[in-house]
Design a protein around this ligand. Structure first.
Ligand code: GDP
Ligand code: MG
Length: 318
């Protein structure tokens, strides 16, 4: 299966939610709008059910009504693609039309160290392994730091991935100070001249406050070991958690300003629409999406491909 097919496959649940309704609305948008207003209500319901959110739903319906596309599906696809662009760009595109070259997320870290954060079980450690594979395939050298020292299995899990992928892993003692692991790893990365270091972190301590303080500390010591780093802080969000995940994301964003979001488990949910409020409410771009458990089930986010996959429309080869 190609990665496009896997993406389509992975998104089938969300697609069903939206498409069942959109498909029923018929081909002629004008007809739909004038004679079948109840169908637009159906569409509104489907968008909200898919976790697209109220504000975005209203804007989508407005764009669909104003669209000169020949059918509702195309109008809806364009409106949805716009909702996956951060604020300033969305406003610009809504006025001037969509720039197709702008749709692909920029995934090259600006510096060398990427901190990966998020609550337990969302897929941080697995995603770090996938990221390692992604960048190594593109000729970059990679290191991992096992900064989740609070869960017995977490360091071992990253160690297994490191061995499988041939990536060095900096480990600390179990129950040890995660900031010390991060400091050692950032120092080692700088002295070895490795291109990229991905720092795994804990997802839960005794209280949320402690976790946020811990993450701030990890961030500070990385900057101490290697000034200006981490250049990126990526939050991993599990699509299955929908709106709850978004509320968590806001808390993380307040504690440790995010530069990107990775949404995992899009293969297991009908809530793919959650990507819209993530972009709108956090104002942070989606970098990658996870569509399975294997090391290559991670894709740079592309708003247009995402929407096409959502509607099961043929995606032209790049
Ligand atoms: N189906 C699916 N499972 C995933 C994905 N990403 C991670 N997982 C699984 O989610 C579980 C928790 O992942 P883990 O990396 O340990 O989460 P962490 O606690 O945040 O480090 C594991 O069973 C992973 O295989 C994904 O994109 N799709
Ligand atoms: Mg983990």
């Amino acid at each position: 299966m190609s990665w496009l097919e896997r993406l389509r496959d992975g998104l089938s649940k969300t697609r069903k939610q939206i498409n069942d309704t959109a498909g029923n609305l018929g081909q002629d948008l004008r007809n739909t709008l004038t004679n079948r207003l109840d169908s637009i209500e159906d569409l509104e319901y489907a968008l909200i059910a898919a976790d697209v959110g109220r504000a975005a739903t209203e804007e989508i319906l407005e764009d669909v009504r104003a669209s000169n596309k020949p059918n509702l599906q195309e109008a809806l696809m364009e409106a949805l693609t716009l909702q996956l662009e951060p604020d300033a760009r969305r406003a610009q595109f809504r006025k001037l039309g969509f720039a197709p070259d702008a749709r692909r997320a920029v995934v090259d870290p600006r510096g060398h160290v990427v901190m990966v954060i998020g609550v337990n079980g969302v897929g941080k450690t697995t995603t770090i392994a996938k990221l390692g594979q992604y960048y190594m395939e593109r000729g970059r050298s990679v290191m991992f730091a096992a900064g989740d020292t609070f869960r017995a299995a977490a360091g071992a899990q990253l160690g297994v991935w490191g061995e499988r992928l041939g990536v060095p892993v900096v480990q600390g003692p179990e129950g040890g100070d995660p900031a010390a692991v991060a400091f050692d790893a950032a120092t080692a990365r700088a002295s070895r001249g490795t291109d990229l270091l991905f720092v795994d972190t804990a997802g839960r301590l005794h209280t949320k406050h402690n976790l946020m303080e811990e993450l701030k500390k990890v961030r500070r010591v990385i900057d101490k070991a290697d000034p200006g780093e981490p250049s990126e802080v990526w939050l991993v969000l599990d699509a299955v958690t929908g709106q709850n995940g978004l509320a968590q994301a806001k808390k993380f964003h307040e504690a440790t300003p995010l530069t990107g979001v990775i949404v995992t488990k899009l293969d297991g949910t009908a809530k793919g629409g959650i990507l819209v409020p993530i972009v709108r409410e956090l104002g942070v771009p989606i970098k990658f999406i996870g569509v399975g458990e294997r090391a290559d089930d991670l894709q740079p986010f592309d708003s247009q491909d995402f929407v096409r996959a959502l509607f099961d429309v043929e995606i032209p080869k790049a």
